[in-house]
Write a protein of this length. Sequence first.
Length: 210
Amino acid sequence: MTRGRFITLEGGEGAGKSTLLSGLESWLRAQGVEPLRTREPGGTALGEALRALLLDPAQAGLSAESELLLMFAARAELVRKLIVPALAAGRWVLSDRYTDASYAYQGGGRGQPVARIRALEQWAALDLKPDRTLLLDLPVAAARARAAGRGHPDRIERENDDFFERVLSVYRARAAAEPQRFSLLDASASPDVVLAAAQAAVQPLLGARA
Ligand code: Z5A
């Protein structure tokens, strides 16, 4: 059995990940691939419960350490219960965010040490890396404008622009450091153009199927 492919989407708030995931999912189906779609934090019963807690504005005082550990608690479940079994069964997995988000938000945004996040990635997430990561790159002001139309901001969306600038700069640095895994997509383009760029980035993985 050929192992499935693991594709993750990353970017700041409102960068268009959900929109792109839907387009990518339909396109993959048309290519004969039935992907499993999931999201982080979330994707399992425990993960979704932790997501609700993590995004709840009532948890405004949550420490950066607790936030990091809860993100990885959700991820430990998702990796073991869903992602690894699916990949082993030959399925493709599409995830709306994954470990890069912890480096960007808890590392860049909250200032948690990279070495601590790396240790959690190795232990809690089994050091599982995506085959391809699509980074939706969008300036913070544009992301803010998109998010503004959505009503009640969650706990993390309430952070200030400096926080999101740090998040974006870590994402960009990670993409520059691992160009073989990351594809940087201009998220200010129209959804069709973003989807076409994502298809071009994923196409080589289709060709590599046995
Ligand atoms: N988080 C963390 O801190 N650490 C971690 O390890 C993980 C996560 C895994 C929840 O993530 C929060 O968890 C997130 C990071 C943190 N907090 N923040 N901020 P999330 O992914 O669920 O939340 P989000 O980043 O706010 O994503 P979102 O709200 O789902 O947005 P999106 O999926 O990127 O965008 P969208 O819903 O597809 O589009 C947003 C709007 O823009 C919508 O009106 C679209 O119609 C429009 N749109 C989409 N694409 C376009 C284009 N190309 N042009 C114009 N308009 C567009």
